[in-house]
Ligand binder design. Structure first.
Ligand code: NAI
Length: 327
């Protein structure tokens, strides 16, 4: 299993690379960034784990060398938010960065699983899909927008109500997109079931939707979530790799092009959104099946979903348009 981190020297990239270096499923780890990869690579190379590590800068065909032979590429490259910015404000810069990296994947590792972390995910995943389509290499089952941090936050924030010792034991489907009101946690579908007092529900949902802002504010200009994101990105990457190696029954929400995933068509029809995050069962070839959990939402959640559809459709079109009509 060769894993690549593109954007490996950044706030997310470094701890994510550390976790992948320590992961026994990874045989080879290639780090790619426009700065500092030699240092990060030298540092991580002293860790006594299985993964052999290589680091590349753009010079001397670095991107090609990093991506060639990759089985999984995780992309946290791009600028993060500062206080007062929305994820959409990042579009101008990050759209081009993701486009360039995914173009590289189309050329050098077209069969790899591609995990997009760079924001705004609601637009960067459609950008990635359009780039791959243009290159004739699009496989919807292997292109994932990483929304796991929203799931991780839901598990953590609901703990104050459940009192569970290990918050990760409560499974909460978080669906829709990955920004503000497009993030829809379905607490009604939690397993085991969770009873949330009515007067606490609005605040809990709001905290999941805008949890990223807490971190941006606390970091006070020094960026957005990096450590919790690296944990979440690793958790998702590990699931993809475990499924690739044959483990069955792995399900995690992720933002995908639904018409290209079994079971996705009916969800796309119901939501009016071709891209949407739902719990997806993972297998050797990527997504095996998208679960139509949208139909199980209660009336409160249906209202949240109406708002989600509105915002998400615009974000998706913006991404598609960026590739169709370059600025
Ligand atoms: P950062 O600025 O610390 O790191 C980004 C890294 O990308 C830098 O090392 C930079 O040199 C590198 N980079 C820039 N252009 C590149 C290119 N063309 N090729 C390769 N590397 C390139 O930013 P941070 O905090 O690590 O965040 C990265 C992205 O992840 C941001 O877009 C942020 O909004 C997003 N993010 C996504 C989350 C999610 O839940 N999906 C959560 C938190 C952040």
């Amino acid at each position: 299993m060769k894993a690549v981190v593109a954007g490996a020297s950044g706030g997310i990239g470094q701890p994510l690379s550390l976790l992948l270096k320590a992961c026994p499923l990874v045989d080879k780890l290639a780090l790619y960034d426009v700065v500092n990869t030699p240092g990060v690579t030298a540092d991580l190379s002293h860790i006594s784990s299985i993964a052999q590590i290589e680091g590349y800068l753009p010079a001397d065909d670095g991107m090609k060398k990093a991506l060639t032979g990759a089985d999984i590429v995780v992309i946290p490259a791009g600028i993060p938010r500062k206080p007062g910015m929305t994820r959409d404000d990042l579009f101008k810069i990050n759209a081009g960065i993701v486009q360039g990296l995914v173009q590289g994947c189309a050329e050098h590792c077209p069969d790899a699983y591609i995990l997009v972390i760079s924001n705004p995910v609601n637009s960067t995943v459609p950008i990635a899909a359009e780039v791959l389509k243009k290159a004739g290499k699009f496989n919807a089952k292997k292109l994932f927008g990483v929304t796991t941090l929203d799931v991780v936050r839901s598990e953590t924030f609901v703990q104050s109500i459940t009192g569970e010792r290990d918050p990760s034991k409560t499974v909460i489907p978080v669906i829709g997109g990955h920004s503000g009101e497009t993030i829809v946690p379905l607490f009604s579908q939690a397993k085991p079931a969770v009873k949330i007092p009515e007067d606490k529900l609005d605040a809990l949902v709001n905290r999941v939707q805008f949890g990223g802002d807490e971190v941006v504010k606390a970091k006070d200009g020094a960026g957005s979530a990096t450590l919790s994101m690296a944990y979440a990105g690793y958790r998702f990457a590990e699931k993809v790799m475990k499924a690739a190696k044959g483990e069955s029954g792995i399900i995690e929400p992720t933002f995908m092009y639904l018409p290209g995933v079994p079971g996705g068509d009916e969800i796309a029809k119901a939501t009016g959104c071709e891209y949407f995050s739902v719990p997806v069962e993972l297998g050797k070839e990527g997504a095996l099946k998208a679960t139509n959990i949208v139909k199980d939402a209660n009336d409160y959640e249906k209202k949240l979903l109406e708002k989600c559809y509105e915002g998400l459709k615009g974000n998706i079109s913006k991404g598609i348009d960026f590739v169709a009509n370059p600025p």
